[in-house]
Write a protein that binds this ligand. Structure first.
Ligand code: DX5
Ligand code: ZN
Length: 218
C-alpha cells in the first residue's frame, strides 16, 4: 500500500493573534493536517505552547482536519495523555528524548492516537529497525526553530529511512520545506511535508499551500 502525499502546515509560523483565521485559510486551500510544535525549553531551547492551544483549535471544528502533534520535550511519555485528551490525532515524540520508545508508542496507541517517532539530523536510523511506528519523522533541520535551511544531505537519509520502513508507513519531513525542497524530499520517499515559514510567512498562504503541494506532487 502506498500513501497519499499530504502537506502539514506548521502553526509555529502563524500569527497567534489570529490563529483560527490563519488555520482556516490553509484548510480552505486544501490542508487536512495541521502540525503543532511543542517545545519545552529543555529538549530544545525555546518554549512554545501546550495542550490548551491544541484544544482551542480542535474546538474550531474544522471538518476532516487532523492534528499532528510534534513533541520536542524531554520524557514525552509524561505528556502524551494531555495531548490525546486535547484532540491530537497523531503524537510524534523524539527517540532521543526518552529511553522508553517502545513503551511510549504503545501508550500513544492505547490513548487512541497514531504514534510517530522522530529523529534529529545526526541521529542514526537504527531505532526504526527495532520498532515500526505509524509515522517516522525525519528532521530536515535541527529541531527548535522555524525558518532554517533544509539540510542538504537530508534526501539521502530520507531514502535510507524509506527503505527501512517499506511503503506503508508515513514518512514525514520537517524543516526548510518549500517549493524548492519539497520535490527533493518527495523523490526520496517522504509522504507528509511540514511547512511553516514558507507557508504562513508567505504573502498569500493559500497560494503558497498550492505551490508547495504541487512541488511535492500532492
Ligand atoms: C522546527 C519545527 C518545525 C517548524 C518548521 O523544530 O519542528 O515544525 O515549524 O518550520 P519551517 O517550515 O519554517 O522550517
Ligand atoms: Zn515540527
Amino acid at each position: 500500500m502506498s500513501l497519499n502525499r499530504r502537506i502539514a502546515p506548521s502553526i509555529l509560523a502563524a500569527n497567534f493573534a489570529k490563529l483560527g483565521d490563519q488555520v482556516r485559510e490553509v484548510v480552505d486551500a486544501g490542508a487536512r493536517v495541521i502540525h503543532v510544535d511543542i517545545m519545552d525549553g529543555h529538549f530544545v531551547p525555546p518554549l512554545t505552547m501546550g495542550p490548551l492551544v491544541l484544544s482551542a483549535l480542535v474546538d474550531q471544528g474544522f471538518e476532516g482536519v487532523e492534528y499532528d502533534v510534534h513533541l520536542m520535550v524531554e520524557r514525552p511519555e509524561q505528556h502524551i495523555a494531555d495531548f490525546a485528551k486535547a484532540g491530537a490525532h497523531n503524537i510524534t515524540f523524539h527517540a532521543e528524548a526518552t529511553p522508553h520508545v517502545n513503551y511510549t508508542v504503545q501508550k500513544i496507541r492505547e490513548l487512541g492516537c497514531t504514534a510517530g517517532v522522530a529523529v534529529c539530523p545526526a541521529t542514526p536510523l537504527d531505532v526504526f529497525r527495532e520498532i515500526t511506528p505509524d509515522l517516522a519523522l525525519c528532521m530536515t533541520v535541527n529541531p527548535g526553530w522555524g525558518g532554517q535551511s533544509f539540510i542538504e544531505s537530508s534526501p539521502d537519509k530520507i531514502a535510507r529511512l524509506r527503505s527501512i520502513l517499506g511503503d506503508s508507513v508515513e514518512l514525514e519531513v520537517d524543516g526548510g520545506i518549500d517549493v524548492s525542497t519539497a520535490g527533493l524530499a518527495a523523490d526520496a520517499g517522504a509522504t507528509l511535508f511540514v511547512a511553516g515559514s514558507a507557508l504562513f510567512g508567505a504573502p498569500d498562504p493559500a497560494q503558497a499551500y498550492h505551490d508547495i503541494a504541487a512541488a511535492a506532487g500532492v
